[in-house]
Design a protein around this ligand. Sequence first.
Ligand SMILES: Cc1cc2nc3c(=O)[nH]c(=O)nc-3n(C[C@H](O)[C@H](O)[C@H](O)COP(=O)(O)OP(=O)(O)OC[C@H]3O[C@@H](n4cnc5c(N)ncnc54)[C@H](O)[C@@H]3O)c2cc1C
Ligand code: SF4
Length: 512
Amino acid sequence: MRLNLILGDQLNWDSLIWQDIDQKNDIFWMAEISQASLQPPSNKQRSVVFLSAMRHFAEDIQKKHFQLLYSPITDDLSSFTDALKKTFTEHKIDRVRCVLPGDYLVMQEIEHAVKHHQLEIDWLKDVHFIAKRGEFSHWLKQRKKPTMEYWYRHLRESRQILIDNGKPQGGQWNFDKSNRQSFSKQGPDVIKESPNYGIDEITQDVIDTIKKDFSQLPGTIDTFNWPVTRRQALIQLRHFIDHYLPFFGDYQDAMWTEQPFLYHARLSASLNLKLLQPQEVIQAAEQAYKNDKAPLNAVEGFIRQILGWREYIRGLYWAYRKDWLQFNALNAERDLPDFYWTADTDMQCLHQAVKQVLDHGYGHHIQRLMVTGLFALLWQVDPKHIHHWYLGMYVDAVSWVEVPNTIGMSQYADGGIVGSKPYIASGAYINRMSNYCQHCPFDPKQASGDKACPFTTLYWFFIDQHNELISHNPRLAMQAKNWAKKSNSEQQAIRERAEWLFQHLDTMNKEA
Ligand SMILES: Cc1cc2nc3c(=O)[nH]c(=O)nc-3n(C[C@H](O)[C@H](O)[C@H](O)COP(=O)(O)OP(=O)(O)OC[C@H]3O[C@@H](n4cnc5c(N)ncnc54)[C@H](O)[C@@H]3O)c2cc1C
Ligand code: SF4
């Protein structure tokens, strides 16, 4: 018998695992591994998305009369090693096949487990992505430094996406400058609700197990409303194209109290589970532009996320696969503050961003980068701690995409591979892009004193601490000069407030 492994984020029928099948001798294998679906403490929402989507896919496999071995979470298999050992002991397997996993450590673990049983594994190409195998590493070799923008242009040109007569549509590659609007004082207009996907028997069963056996996991579950089948993911895609895409560009970076989703697609979990293919998402957006249903700045901005960022991040994950978890360029060593698990903080931006993660397993890019990520960077959190938090808390979190975004882009622990500078900002940025500060006891303009916004204090403190790095970075040198212009007493007051915050943050949340 040949064993065909289908991992939890490989739920696509166009996968190469479905080619060259012999119904009699090919047996398919899926396992709910607790390490992958429940750890490092995985938000209940994330666990349910993964397990329910896997069970729905397994149901389809059985409907097509393929032989399937499926281990539910209640089998208590904590690792791929344990799960494969059980299978190899109970079944006569001659060979193993698997599509290349999205996690290098999982790949190593499976390979090791298979070899341990004196078997061979055939790794199949992952055809979900737009870039072909080896295309990114070839591109990388020709460049001094990887820059997302040039990778994105390469893919647009070679795949003829938003290209008109050999030129970028609209005469420019990038409309990012038009995509940074915040809302007026009244906030966003009424935003059409996302479809309600309901809770069918399969999802209910997963929810019941999580409630009964894994109630200690963070997050709430009664708000669950994520697509868990391809049909639902296609409905979400249509809904996004028709109702949100026209506004996506303008308000891509904006945030608003009690508005977790705004005009964002909510497609990342479906894409990462491979219920949706990136090509079809891009084509749907491009078609909306051709049909005059969405403006170019929105369509280009959205396509850049999927074609540019998503493919670029994947390329970098594999290029530095052995290094990511060792990176700590800024020597950050502190623990994550407790409120990352509870949302119990008076800092409104963090309260909002963490609360919606607990309630929905979701934050949009700017909330992840410029609120939760920025605070962890300024707080000097050990990159491994914040990586575990991001990997566990978001419904779309899988290693190949979470690791470079967190350790690289948001924490600069890679010393400048993903981005050319640390993404630092004071409370003024959050104040400009949201209404959070209006409901906050702190003042984003103040860097010292009792009412000082912790972001603003720690932003200047970061510049002071990393002065050498900041003053030599052309994109940040001005910020080092601004720090130098402050009087000695101002600088000292900021340092003292920062030290005070490091000692008292948790109690301060209650007293402010
Ligand atoms: C610290 C940090 C951690 C992140 N962790 C993840 C993660 O675990 N999984 C994940 O899919 N994304 C991650 N991202 C990227 C991004 O924030 C999410 O893809 C996006 O917020 C998902 O929401 P959406 O589908 O509504 O996206 P939209 O804002 O509507 O964007 C459209 C799509 O573009 C893709 N995309 C956008 N930005 C990125 C990016 N930087 N990297 C890869 N794809 C991107 C996603 O597939 C997304 O669905 C992370 C970003 C940061 C800063
Ligand atoms: S004042 Fe500071 S802590 Fe409060 S919401 Fe604004 S940025 Fe966040």
